[in-house]
Design a protein around this ligand. Structure first.
Ligand code: ATR
Length: 282
């Protein structure tokens, strides 16, 4: 997809999303809509990047980056400074250029997703004491597991590569434990809330699902970080089993809105960003 970039002066601020793949991302659509609505002389571009560190050094004129698969762990390592929450999570989805020229890493992935799940559970501090299963221990999984532990949940993490789940559980401390992915997928291990952080079920592989339909019936809430398509097979089957479902759209728009604040110092136009995301999907 090509974007029309309105540079108003030689001082136009340039932002971008680094990832691989990146062509499916709606971030350019919603960030460009928000930057234009705020009247800022700024543009935002998609960047297909294999190796993060050399790329970041080659483009010192960028004012900030959104970071997606598979660079969220590397983003934290490459940054000159890190926000304490991003450091604790061990992954960053946001890099902001500092006055001295270095990049500061932040993680805005967890708060909107965790708030949406709490609202689905009935609001307040609804995650306290709940048993939360997190599927995936990559950048997004680390952020979601961290958020659930922060809110007082008992977190069980599983991952295709078990060692990554073990490492994440250890980093999170006594409120977290690593379990076998096959046991979660088959329903032998379950809980109150299921959160999928993997890309399983993302377009064009919509027919895939991380957890079998039969394993879903005991969950009160099922969250899927995938937002393309909005209705994944996981969410469809969870709905059929009577679970409340939360789409990745809330996480996507929420992380971008917080990121917009970090990039520009302005309050994000949340409704406009949600609408721009939905419009870009048609
Ligand atoms: P993100 O920042 O979105 O979390 P990531 O750090 O690259 O991206 O992590 C991707 C996650 O999806 C990992 O947990 C990965 O499992 P591995 O650690 O075993 O690679 C998981 N994942 C991706 N595709 C998967 C698949 N087909 N089956 C199971 N897990 C998958």
């Amino acid at each position: 997809q090509l974007y029309r970039l309105q540079c108003q002066s030689a001082a136009t601020q340039v932002y971008g999303i680094v990832g691989n793949p990146v062509s499916h991302s709606r971030s350019p659509a919603l960030h460009n809509a928000a930057l234009a609505a705020a009247g800022l002389d700024a543009v935002y571009v998609p960047l297909l990047v294999d190796e993060l560190s050399p790329f970041l050094h080659a483009f010192p004129s960028f004012s900030g980056f959104s970071v997606t698969v598979p660079h969220k762990l590397a983003a934290l390592e490459c940054a000159e400074e890190a926000d304490p929450v991003a450091a604790r999570i061990g992954a960053a989805n946001t890099l902001v250029r500092q006055p001295g020229g270095g990049l500061r890493a932040f993680n805005t992935d967890w708060s909107a997703a965790i708030s949406a799940v709490e609202a689905a559970l009935g609001g307040g501090s609804a995650l306290k004491g709940k048993r939360v299963i997190v599927v995936g221990a990559g950048g997004a999984g680390r952020a979601l597991a961290f958020g659930a532990v922060e809110r007082g949940a008992k977190v069980l993490v599983c991952n295709r590569t078990k060692e990554k789940a073990d490492a994440l559980a250890e980093a999170l401390g006594s409120m977290a434990e690593a379990v076998e992915y096959a046991d979660v997928a088959a329903g032998k291990v379950a809980g109150d809330v299921l959160m999928n952080s993997t890309s399983i079920g993302m377009h064009p592989a919509e027919e895939e699902t991380p957890v079998s339909a039969e394993a879903l019936s005991g969950y009160a809430v099922v969250f899927d970080a995938v937002y393309t398509p909005l209705q994944t097979r996981l969410l469809k089957e969870a709905g059929e089993k009577g679970c409340v479902t939360v789409s990745g759209l809330e996480m996507f728009v929420g992380q971008a809105a917080e990121q917009f604040g970090l990039f520009t110092g302005k309050t994000a136009p949340l409704g406009l960003m949600r609408q721009a995301t939905l419009d870009s999907m048609h």
